[in-house]
Design a protein around this ligand. Structure first.
Ligand SMILES: Cc1cc2nc3c(=O)[nH]c(=O)nc-3n(C[C@H](O)[C@H](O)[C@H](O)COP(=O)(O)O)c2cc1C
Length: 244
């Protein structure tokens, strides 16, 4: 087993596996209980009114995984907002050793690339694109990947192809390994959560919807995007569309 294996979608490991849930075992506590003798202090409601910026409150409070989209296009301005919110570069450090972006990343290594499977974005031909964060531009890499192939690559989850644009994030582990060697992979997994959370919040703020996708066929998605599966491979997917 290689150091990066746990970053892949290893759903084949579930073949023949029976979870405690499927065996009818009682579910675990939703929260670790406190001892009876411990004082518990009720907090005030987390209301929007106490913050000067209610948009932040609303984006956090309204965030939901959205799996149905209206079919109307996403605009280029909206796509720009989503890309900037997830990978936008605010500062290049030193002579280009690292970047500071709108999401945190361990050691500022930012090991991800953002590929866009564009189906319905005003001002962009359907096709395969890659975000260039240093230029805040998108590179048009090729023709549209047929949505049915994306759906199949996402284990039959139809909304992954029935959306305006699918974000497919790849990881280039060496970017983090260059600095942290064998300690990198947990950092990469944590980085990926920050990335998609910002997509959720940016979508919510813009009246769009998304859903993080961890259930996909690793080999199928890597081959659709043309990755070798070692130096670069798919780590996370997120379809985006207008909320209904
Ligand atoms: C790492 C990760 C992987 C996920 N993978 C999928 C997926 O493959 N398909 C799906 O429909 N939802 C997926 N979800 C969404 C969760 O099912 C969802 O977050 C959960 O049901 C709670 O709903 P909420 O996000 O609306 O609060 C994933 C979420 C995360 C964080």
């Amino acid at each position: 087993m290689s150091d990066t294996d746990f970053l892949r979608a290893n759903w084949n490991l579930l073949e023949g596996f029976r979870s405690d849930q499927s065996k009818g075992v009682e579910h675990p506590d939703l929260q670790k209980p406190v001892n009876e003798n411990v004082q518990v202090i009720k907090l005030p409601e987390a209301e929007s009114g106490i913050y000067p910026d209610t948009a932040t409150w609303e984006a956090i409070n309204m965030r939901r995984s959205i799996r149905k989209y209206s079919g109307n296009p996403v605009s280029l301005e909206e796509l720009s907002w989503l890309l900037w919110s997830t990978q936008g570069v605010q500062k290049v450090l030193g002579d280009g050793i690292a970047t500071l972006r709108t999401v945190p990343s361990g050691g500022a290594r930012h090991p991800f690339e953002t590929y866009l499977l564009v189906n319905n974005v005003t001002g962009l031909e359907p096709g395969l694109y890659r975000y260039l964060p240093l230029d805040h531009s998108v590179a048009h890499l090729g023709e549209q990947i047929p949505p049915i192939n994306v759906i199949n690559g996402c284990l039959g989850q139809t909304f992954c192809g029935e959306c305006a644009v699918t974000f497919v994030w790849s990881v280039i582990p060496y970017r983090t390994e260059w600095r942290y060697g064998p300690v990198s992979h947990k950092i990469i997994a944590l980085d990926a959560g920050h990335l998609c959370q910002n997509l959720y919040l940016a979508c919510t703020a813009a009246g769009l919807g998304t859903c993080g996708i961890g259930a996909y066929d690793q080999d199928a998605m890597d081959s659709l995007l043309g990755f070798d599966g070692d130096d670069e491979f798919v780590i996370y997917i997120a379809p985006v569309g207008r909320r209904e």
